[in-house]
Design a protein around this ligand. Structure first.
Ligand SMILES: [Zn+2]
Ligand SMILES: [Zn+2]
Length: 232
Protein backbone atom coordinates (compact mmCIF):
# COMPACT_ATOMS: atom_id res chain seq x y z
CA UNK A 1 0.00 0.00 0.00
CA UNK A 2 2.79 2.45 0.85
CA UNK A 3 1.85 6.12 0.75
CA UNK A 4 -1.22 5.64 -1.40
CA UNK A 5 -3.58 5.25 1.54
CA UNK A 6 -6.56 7.30 2.54
CA UNK A 7 -5.95 10.44 4.57
CA UNK A 8 -8.95 12.50 5.66
CA UNK A 9 -8.24 15.89 7.16
CA UNK A 10 -11.80 17.14 7.70
CA UNK A 11 -14.17 15.08 9.87
CA UNK A 12 -16.55 15.65 12.77
CA UNK A 13 -17.07 13.68 15.97
CA UNK A 14 -19.97 14.08 18.36
CA UNK A 15 -18.03 16.85 20.08
CA UNK A 16 -19.81 18.92 17.41
CA UNK A 17 -22.41 17.49 15.03
CA UNK A 18 -20.85 14.16 14.06
CA UNK A 19 -22.34 10.97 15.43
CA UNK A 20 -19.23 9.09 16.57
CA UNK A 21 -17.01 9.24 19.61
CA UNK A 22 -13.35 9.79 18.58
CA UNK A 23 -12.48 6.20 19.54
CA UNK A 24 -15.07 4.78 17.17
CA UNK A 25 -14.19 7.24 14.41
CA UNK A 26 -10.51 6.26 14.56
CA UNK A 27 -11.26 2.55 14.91
CA UNK A 28 -13.49 2.58 11.86
CA UNK A 29 -10.93 4.33 9.64
CA UNK A 30 -8.16 2.07 10.93
CA UNK A 31 -10.20 -0.95 9.80
CA UNK A 32 -10.61 0.72 6.40
CA UNK A 33 -6.83 1.00 6.10
CA UNK A 34 -6.52 4.78 6.46
CA UNK A 35 -3.07 6.20 7.15
CA UNK A 36 -4.29 9.29 9.00
CA UNK A 37 -7.38 11.12 10.13
CA UNK A 38 -7.97 14.58 11.56
CA UNK A 39 -11.01 15.29 13.69
CA UNK A 40 -11.85 18.92 13.03
CA UNK A 41 -15.01 19.67 14.95
CA UNK A 42 -16.98 22.88 14.41
CA UNK A 43 -15.50 25.65 16.54
CA UNK A 44 -15.88 29.30 17.39
CA UNK A 45 -14.77 31.33 20.38
CA UNK A 46 -17.26 29.55 22.65
CA UNK A 47 -15.77 26.07 22.40
CA UNK A 48 -12.31 26.35 20.84
CA UNK A 49 -10.41 25.69 24.08
CA UNK A 50 -12.65 22.94 25.45
CA UNK A 51 -12.76 21.13 22.12
CA UNK A 52 -9.00 21.13 21.67
CA UNK A 53 -8.48 20.09 25.26
CA UNK A 54 -10.66 17.01 24.64
CA UNK A 55 -9.09 16.09 21.30
CA UNK A 56 -5.54 16.61 22.62
CA UNK A 57 -6.33 14.49 25.66
CA UNK A 58 -7.67 11.76 23.37
CA UNK A 59 -4.41 11.91 21.43
CA UNK A 60 -2.16 11.89 24.50
CA UNK A 61 -3.98 8.99 26.15
CA UNK A 62 -4.87 6.78 23.18
CA UNK A 63 -2.83 7.59 20.10
CA UNK A 64 -0.86 4.34 20.50
CA UNK A 65 -4.06 2.29 20.30
CA UNK A 66 -4.47 2.31 16.51
CA UNK A 67 -2.15 2.11 13.54
CA UNK A 68 -3.46 5.36 12.18
CA UNK A 69 -2.12 8.84 12.76
CA UNK A 70 -4.63 10.97 14.65
CA UNK A 71 -4.59 14.75 14.30
CA UNK A 72 -6.61 16.97 16.62
CA UNK A 73 -7.97 19.99 14.80
CA UNK A 74 -10.84 22.42 14.48
CA UNK A 75 -13.05 23.77 11.74
CA UNK A 76 -13.76 27.45 12.34
CA UNK A 77 -17.37 27.61 11.23
CA UNK A 78 -19.51 30.67 10.49
CA UNK A 79 -16.97 32.80 12.35
CA UNK A 80 -17.10 36.41 11.14
CA UNK A 81 -14.25 37.08 8.70
CA UNK A 82 -12.67 39.69 11.00
CA UNK A 83 -12.28 37.07 13.78
CA UNK A 84 -10.85 34.24 11.69
CA UNK A 85 -7.15 35.14 11.99
CA UNK A 86 -7.39 35.69 15.75
CA UNK A 87 -9.19 32.39 16.41
CA UNK A 88 -6.92 30.48 14.02
CA UNK A 89 -3.89 31.78 15.93
CA UNK A 90 -5.54 30.88 19.21
CA UNK A 91 -6.24 27.36 17.94
CA UNK A 92 -2.56 26.92 17.10
CA UNK A 93 -1.52 28.26 20.51
CA UNK A 94 -3.88 25.77 22.13
CA UNK A 95 -2.14 22.95 20.27
CA UNK A 96 -4.28 22.28 17.21
CA UNK A 97 -2.53 20.12 14.62
CA UNK A 98 -4.70 21.53 11.82
CA UNK A 99 -6.97 24.52 11.41
CA UNK A 100 -9.71 24.22 8.79
CA UNK A 101 -12.02 27.11 7.89
CA UNK A 102 -15.56 26.41 6.71
CA UNK A 103 -15.58 28.14 3.33
CA UNK A 104 -18.25 29.90 1.33
CA UNK A 105 -20.31 27.00 -0.06
CA UNK A 106 -23.17 27.96 -2.34
CA UNK A 107 -25.67 26.10 -0.14
CA UNK A 108 -25.22 27.91 3.19
CA UNK A 109 -25.28 31.54 4.41
CA UNK A 110 -21.54 31.69 5.06
CA UNK A 111 -20.49 35.34 5.46
CA UNK A 112 -18.99 36.87 2.30
CA UNK A 113 -15.32 37.55 2.97
CA UNK A 114 -14.80 34.23 4.77
CA UNK A 115 -12.75 32.77 1.91
CA UNK A 116 -10.64 35.94 1.66
CA UNK A 117 -9.98 36.02 5.42
CA UNK A 118 -9.04 32.33 5.49
CA UNK A 119 -6.58 32.40 2.60
CA UNK A 120 -4.91 35.52 4.02
CA UNK A 121 -4.13 33.73 7.28
CA UNK A 122 -1.00 31.52 7.46
CA UNK A 123 -2.44 29.86 10.60
CA UNK A 124 -5.15 28.33 8.42
CA UNK A 125 -4.18 24.99 6.84
CA UNK A 126 -7.25 24.13 4.76
CA UNK A 127 -10.04 26.24 3.33
CA UNK A 128 -12.87 23.71 3.15
CA UNK A 129 -15.43 23.67 0.32
CA UNK A 130 -14.63 27.23 -0.85
CA UNK A 131 -17.57 27.54 -3.25
CA UNK A 132 -17.00 30.13 -5.95
CA UNK A 133 -13.55 31.17 -4.74
CA UNK A 134 -11.80 33.67 -7.02
CA UNK A 135 -8.46 33.18 -8.75
CA UNK A 136 -7.01 36.06 -6.72
CA UNK A 137 -8.07 34.40 -3.47
CA UNK A 138 -6.58 31.10 -4.65
CA UNK A 139 -3.29 32.89 -5.41
CA UNK A 140 -3.22 34.23 -1.85
CA UNK A 141 -3.94 30.72 -0.59
CA UNK A 142 -0.99 29.37 -2.56
CA UNK A 143 1.30 32.08 -1.18
CA UNK A 144 0.25 31.37 2.41
CA UNK A 145 0.35 27.58 2.23
CA UNK A 146 -3.44 27.30 2.62
CA UNK A 147 -4.78 24.19 0.85
CA UNK A 148 -8.12 24.27 -0.95
CA UNK A 149 -10.55 21.41 -0.53
CA UNK A 150 -12.25 19.14 -3.03
CA UNK A 151 -15.04 17.46 -1.10
CA UNK A 152 -17.13 14.32 -1.43
CA UNK A 153 -19.89 15.91 0.65
CA UNK A 154 -23.26 16.43 -1.07
CA UNK A 155 -24.13 20.07 -1.75
CA UNK A 156 -20.66 21.26 -0.87
CA UNK A 157 -19.31 19.30 -3.83
CA UNK A 158 -21.37 21.27 -6.35
CA UNK A 159 -18.48 23.66 -6.91
CA UNK A 160 -15.64 21.10 -6.99
CA UNK A 161 -15.12 21.68 -10.71
CA UNK A 162 -14.82 25.43 -10.19
CA UNK A 163 -12.42 24.99 -7.27
CA UNK A 164 -10.24 22.62 -9.31
CA UNK A 165 -10.07 24.99 -12.27
CA UNK A 166 -9.28 28.04 -10.13
CA UNK A 167 -6.64 26.17 -8.12
CA UNK A 168 -4.90 25.10 -11.34
CA UNK A 169 -4.92 28.67 -12.64
CA UNK A 170 -3.56 30.05 -9.36
CA UNK A 171 -1.08 27.29 -8.54
CA UNK A 172 -2.91 26.47 -5.30
CA UNK A 173 -2.73 23.02 -3.72
CA UNK A 174 -5.77 20.78 -3.35
CA UNK A 175 -6.77 18.03 -0.91
CA UNK A 176 -9.72 15.63 -1.12
CA UNK A 177 -11.65 15.42 2.15
CA UNK A 178 -15.04 14.04 3.14
CA UNK A 179 -16.37 16.32 5.89
CA UNK A 180 -17.52 13.06 7.52
CA UNK A 181 -20.31 13.37 10.06
CA UNK A 182 -21.29 9.68 10.20
CA UNK A 183 -19.73 6.35 9.14
CA UNK A 184 -21.50 6.32 5.76
CA UNK A 185 -19.60 9.48 4.77
CA UNK A 186 -16.19 7.75 4.94
CA UNK A 187 -14.74 6.89 1.53
CA UNK A 188 -11.94 4.65 0.36
CA UNK A 189 -8.92 5.81 -1.62
CA UNK A 190 -10.37 4.69 -4.95
CA UNK A 191 -13.47 6.80 -4.34
CA UNK A 192 -11.29 9.75 -3.35
CA UNK A 193 -9.49 9.42 -6.71
CA UNK A 194 -12.83 9.32 -8.53
CA UNK A 195 -14.02 12.45 -6.71
CA UNK A 196 -10.78 14.22 -7.69
CA UNK A 197 -11.05 13.07 -11.31
CA UNK A 198 -14.72 14.06 -11.36
CA UNK A 199 -13.70 17.57 -10.37
CA UNK A 200 -11.66 17.73 -13.57
CA UNK A 201 -8.20 16.93 -12.24
CA UNK A 202 -5.76 15.13 -14.53
CA UNK A 203 -3.95 12.00 -13.27
CA UNK A 204 -0.97 13.91 -11.84
CA UNK A 205 -3.32 16.35 -10.11
CA UNK A 206 -5.38 13.46 -8.75
CA UNK A 207 -2.23 11.98 -7.24
CA UNK A 208 -1.30 15.32 -5.69
CA UNK A 209 -4.76 15.89 -4.19
CA UNK A 210 -5.13 12.36 -2.78
CA UNK A 211 -1.56 11.46 -1.78
CA UNK A 212 1.16 14.12 -1.88
CA UNK A 213 -0.77 17.11 -0.53
CA UNK A 214 -2.53 15.17 2.25
CA UNK A 215 0.84 13.76 3.35
CA UNK A 216 2.39 17.23 3.30
CA UNK A 217 -0.35 18.43 5.65
CA UNK A 218 0.02 15.37 7.88
CA UNK A 219 3.73 16.06 8.17
CA UNK A 220 3.04 19.72 8.92
CA UNK A 221 0.55 18.74 11.64
CA UNK A 222 2.73 16.03 13.16
CA UNK A 223 5.65 18.46 13.30
CA UNK A 224 3.53 20.85 15.32
CA UNK A 225 2.13 18.17 17.57
CA UNK A 226 5.51 16.54 18.11
CA UNK A 227 6.97 19.85 19.16
CA UNK A 228 4.48 20.13 21.97
CA UNK A 229 4.98 18.53 25.33
CA UNK A 230 2.34 15.83 25.78
CA UNK A 231 -0.83 16.94 27.46
CA UNK A 232 -1.85 15.88 30.95
ZN1 LIG B 1 -21.24 19.79 10.57
ZN1 LIG C 1 -17.00 20.30 8.23
Amino acid sequence: MGRDRRIDLHTHSFFSDGVLLPSEQVRRVAVKGYAAIAITDHADGSNLASLLEKLLRFRSTQSEDWEVLFIPGVELTHVAPRSIARLARQAKELGAGLVVVHGETIVEPVAPGTNAAAVACPDVDILAHPGLISVDEARVAAANGVYLEITSRGGHSLTNGHVARVARQAGASLVVNTDTHSPGDMIDQETARLVAAGAGLDPAEVLAATVDCPWALVERAMGRLGARPSQQ
